[in-house]
Write a protein that binds this ligand. Structure first.
Ligand SMILES: Cc1ncc(COP(=O)(O)O)c(C=O)c1O
Length: 441
């Protein structure tokens, strides 16, 4: 039964349906209603729900041992997943700390960067540069580097001080700039020089911005230009691929498409596809050499770091993703998804932009297409679209505050990598219907 979301941590206070079971691209509630999962929840459930192979792998591991604590044991799933992730990353990203989610992964990335500089005797490099319109997580460190006004407001004064530069958004680019990558790279370099390179630990960014921007890919050449600036000043590059990574953008690492390898990278959501909580901070050989050589290993981790059953879930999911060539499928079908989305909203005047990569795409809704002015936050468009979509039997991921941290509405679609063409059509069609119907009110 639907009921007040008792004990909920949902600030919207919505009355939520009760999820009972899921299979493939559909979730079913206690009243027998089916919802197509057009966003994999918050871009998590990348192989759909109720996968028996994954469930069996988890059960098999649980019947042997749930968790071999990291200070006492290594385990087969931990070792196997390390090999799989290193192979999928390619290049020098071969080392990792497994954690239980995206915020922990980002925290670990930040700490690895600090530890690297400490190991090199550069204790002054403590500051992080991040971007406005970014989301890196809910723990205090990850929140400190997040550029999301509304989510930070209640915690201001207790957050770690850092620098924030512009979001890289071709739809809302600085006026009169033709070479966006160069402009943004100059901004990063100016900030490094302003605070002094000797004080900067790392630049952290989402290769495709998720909840804070609604699937904003960086302009062509951006990641390479930022990498060059980082290298020039001894600043590490941290790619937060919690949402856009693990295949979601059509490459296993989102930055693969940009031809860039970061020094440190966070992953989570799609890694174990929501079957069990899992994330990782992955880091390069260069970073590892310093850390190993000085401290003997990463000084970050938790009780459940490398949790055996969680790693077993990750192994099972990643085997399916590889065997069924699902990352390749996402890349191939991204154009179809974009076309279906465009068709679904062709008659809606307030669609300002459709953007994203792979199966990570979004609509931006604006009051005025010419000026790109957003609707006022007081209209609560994104919350109402989420509610209307649920009524229509669609799970999507509407986000607010994407223009200035308070105003601006987007609707993210992040279907399972194995959603059929017909399912992609249903997702796009229902999303269009939900947006149209809320705007007509
Ligand atoms: C880019 C990014 N980083 C970090 C996080 C935090 O992940 P979690 O919610 O699993 O702690 C999120 C969550 O949405 C995210 O999108």
């Amino acid at each position: 039964m639907a009921g007040k979301n008792v004990g909920s941590n949902d600030v919207a206070g919505a009355v939520l349906p009760k999820a009972v079971w899921g299979k493939g691209s559909y979730v079913h509630d206690a009243q027998g209603k089916a919802y197509i999962d057009g966003s994999g929840g918050p871009a998590v459930y990348c192989i759909g729900h109720g996968n028996e192979e994954v469930n069996a792998a988890i059960a098999a591991q649980m019947s042997k041992i749930a968790h071999g604590y990291r200070y006492n044991f290594t385990t087969d799933p931990l070792e196997e997943l390390t090999e799989i992730v290193a192979a999928r990353c390619g290049g020098t990203l071969t080392r990792m700390v497994f954690v239980t989610g995206g915020s922990e992964a980002v925290e670990s990335c930040l700490k690895l960067a600090l530890q690297y500089h400490a190991g090199r005797g550069e204790m002054s490099r403590r500051r992080f540069i991040s971007r406005e319109r970014s989301w890196h997580g809910n723990t205090l460190g990850a929140l400190s580097v997040s550029g999301f006004l509304e989510r930070r407001a209640a915690f201001e004064g207790a957050l770690v001080e850092g620098s924030r530069i512009s979001p890289a958004n071709a739809y809302r680019a600085p006026e009169g700039v033709s070479d966006l990558a160069a402009w943004y790279a100059r901004e990063l370099e100016d900030e490094i020089l302003r605070v002094g390179a000797a004080h900067v630990a790392a630049f952290i960014f989402e290769p495709v911005v998720g909840a804070a921007g609604a699937c904003v890919p960086a302009p062509a050449g951006y990641a390479k230009a930022m990498r060059e600036v980082c290298d020039r000043h001894g600043v590490l590059m941290i790619a937060d691929e919690v949402m856009c990574g693990s295949g979601r953008s059509g490459y296993w690492r989102a930055l693969e498409e940009d031809g860039v390898e970061p020094d440190i990278m966070s992953i989570a959501k799609g890694l174990a596809a929501g079957y069990l909580p899992l994330g990782a901070a992955v880091y390069s050989r260069r970073v590892a050499e310093v850390i190993d050589g000085t401290h003997g290993g990463p000084m970050t981790g938790h009780t459940f770091t490398g949790h055996t059953a969680c790693c077993a879930a990750g192994v099972a999911v990643q085997k399916i993703v590889a065997r069924e060539k699902l990352v390749e499928r996402v890349r191939e079908k991204a154009g179809l998804l974009r076309r279906l989305m465009a068709e679904a909203v062709a008659d809606i005047e307030s669609i300002g932009d459709i953007r994203g990569r792979g199966f990570f795409q979004a609509f931006e809704i604006v009051e005025n297409r010419e000026t790109k002015k957003p609707f006022a936050a007081s209209r609560k468009l994104s919350l109402r679209i989420r509610q209307r979509a649920l009524e229509l039997g669609l799970i999507c991921y509407p986000v607010g505050g994407i223009v200035d941290g308070v105003n601006g509405d987007g609707v993210i679609l992040a279907p399972p990598f194995n959603a059929s063409d017909a399912e992609l059509g249903e997702i796009a069609g229902k999303a269009g219907e939900a947006i149209r119907s809320v705007l007509a009110e």
